[in-house]
Design a protein around this ligand. Structure first.
Ligand SMILES: C[S@@+](CC[C@H](N)C(=O)[O-])C[C@H]1O[C@@H](n2cnc3c(N)ncnc32)[C@H](O)[C@@H]1O
Length: 269
């Protein structure tokens, strides 16, 4: 696995988003409720979107079928990440959680096996929604950049995982190279913002642009994951235009003894 080519990077004042540019909590969920109707069409037009989710899911290195494993899909949206998990480990039991009712309705309307359940809740209140561990792995695709306190959410996820459980965070986390930030901004100006304007979701897609610019680099996010009690933390890049822009950040709930159920197996890609 090739580690991400990252350098420590603090966005300069001119690149850091102004507080008012970002959406949080209920306002963010409402924006996703509205965007849900066009979400699947927009991501289908993004080259590699689904293949990259599957790549991150494989990077969990779970046994091929997932039989007997309990997985979390945090911020499942319309179910694209859930489908990627299911394709990778079809026999696993998957709890898929999202704060947006509109996104979840789209997800739940799709065809799923009885091993998949959807839960309407913010990831900050999983216990109150009946999402209780232990889980064998947690997957979070395009979630952490959106939460107000990523350290608290990482700690809560760590607590839900059994010792040795796996984490894969698939996220727009820039490399720290100025050229990658420029590519991201060019893609947003040429494609993402105009598409958001067409669908009536300009605010959400502006949030997408600015939240990525203001969020951790892949290396900074990996450091957060370590601080939250994960070991074997590493970052892995994506191919395509997303190189240096999207990474998988992987970790293992630390305790020193990996479960026998999760030894061997899996694709590193
Ligand atoms: C960009 S979408 C990604 C959806 C899906 N994981 C995918 O890969 O296509 C981000 C999702 O995270 C959800 N989300 C954002 N903040 C959340 C929070 N605090 N708790 C639960 N879900 C949240 C949003 O409602 C949205 O559906």
């Amino acid at each position: 696995m090739t580690p991400a080519r990252t350098t420590s990077h603090e966005p300069s004042a001119s690149h850091r988003p102004h507080t008012g540019e970002l959406l949080h909590d209920e306002a963010l969920a409402a924006a996703f409720d509205h965007a849900a109707r066009s979400y699947d069409r927009l991501v289908a037009a993004n080259p590699g979107y689904h293949a990259h989710l599957r790549r991150s899911a494989r990077r969990l290195r779970l046994p091929a079928s997932g039989a007997g494993l309990r997985l979390l899909d945090l911020g499942c949206g319309t179910g694209a990440s859930t489908a990627a998990l299911l394709r990778t480990v079809p026999l696993a039991e998957i709890t898929a959680v999202d704060a947006s009712e509109g996104m979840l309705e789209r997800a739940a309307a799709k065809r799923w096996p009885p091993t998949v359940r959807f839960v309407h809740a913010p990831v900050e209140r999983l216990g109150a929604a009946g999402v209780n561990g232990p889980y064998d792995a947690a997957f979070a695709a395009y979630l952490f950049r959106n939460v107000s306190d990523p350290d608290a959410v990482l700690a809560a996820v760590r607590a839900l995982l059994r010792p040795g459980g796996r984490l894969a965070v698939h996220e727009y986390t820039l490399s720290g190279r100025p050229s990658d930030r420029l590519v991201w901004t060019a893609v947003c100006r040429a494609v993402v913002l105009p598409a958001g304007t067409l669908t009536g979701d300009h605010g959400l897609y502006r949030h997408l642009w600015r939240s990525v610019v203001g969020f951790d680099t892949a290396r900074e996010f990996a450091a957060r994951v370590r601080r939250a009690g994960f070991d074997q933390v590493r970052t892995a890049p994506m191919p395509g235009w997303q190189t240096g822009i999207v990474h998988t950040v992987l970790g293992r709930a630390a305790d020193g003894t990996a479960s026998a159920r999760l030894t061997g197996q899996g694709e590193a890609g």
